[in-house]
Each structure stands twice: as C-alpha cells, then as structure tokens.
Design a protein around this ligand. Structure first.
Ligand SMILES: [Zn+2]
Ligand SMILES: [Zn+2]
Length: 122
C-alpha cells in the first residue's frame, strides 16, 4: 500500500486518448454521449466524442478520490444502522444502559441526518 501518490492516472475508459470508442464499431458509448449533451435520439453511433470519464484529457482523477466522495454517505448509513441495532439489542436485553444508549445514539443519528439533509441543496 506504499504507492507513490499521483493526482492523475491514465483513463481506462478511453485508453488515455480522450476520445470514447466504447460503443459499437468504435463509436462513442451512450454514457459519454449523455455527458456530451447529445440529445436522446442521437446518442447512438456518435463518433469521436469526448470521453465522459476524464472529460477528454486522457487522465482521470484517482479512484480513491471518487471513492472518498461516496464512502462518506455510505459510512453515515452504516453508522446509523449499527447504532439502531445496538439500541434494538439493548432494548431486547433490557440493558441498564438503554436510556443512555438511546440518548447517545439519537444525538449522533440526529446530527448525521441533519448534516446530510442540510447539504442536499448544494
Ligand atoms: Zn477517458
Ligand atoms: Zn464512453
């Protein structure tokens, strides 16, 4: 895991050419046609469109950076689920810490939910 950190890596989608050729017979794929704002009816069999994955520069942002943008919400959901199961477990076992757990968990869940809902508009 001690790789040298690079900001950009070669785009796999277009083989660093910057042009998408992933459709039929070397045409551009539908995903890239969409990103190029080609109207729905003409998305098939477009040639030489800019690669939608890298924006035509042949290099894409590292996967880790993209992962980071997705792991945060995933982590929040995971956290909420585990907190809820802890509460459920405490309730089923009539734990003496139930009320403390409930307050603790609802505070965390509340702040997570509040955070994501308040950021939705952005
Ligand atoms: Zn590309
Ligand atoms: Zn494509």
């Amino acid at each position: 895991m001690k790789e040298i950190v690079v900001n950009l890596h070669e785009c796999k989608h277009c083989n660093s050419s910057g042009t998408c050729k992933n459709g039929n017979d070397g045409s551009s794929c539908l995903a890239c046609a969409k990103k190029n704002d080609i109207s729905f009816w003409r998305q098939k069999n477009q040639f030489g469109l800019l690669c939608g994955s890298c924006g035509g520069i042949g290099n894409a942002e590292p996967l880790t950076e993209r992962m980071h943008n997705r792991t945060a919400p995933m982590l929040a959901i995971y956290l909420i689920i585990s907190l809820l199961s802890i509460i459920l477990w405490a309730a089923l076992n009539e734990s003496q810490f139930f009320s403390e757990l409930l307050v603790f968990s609802s505070t965390i869940i509340g702040s997570i939910v509040g955070y994501y809902f308040s950021n939705k508009g952005n």
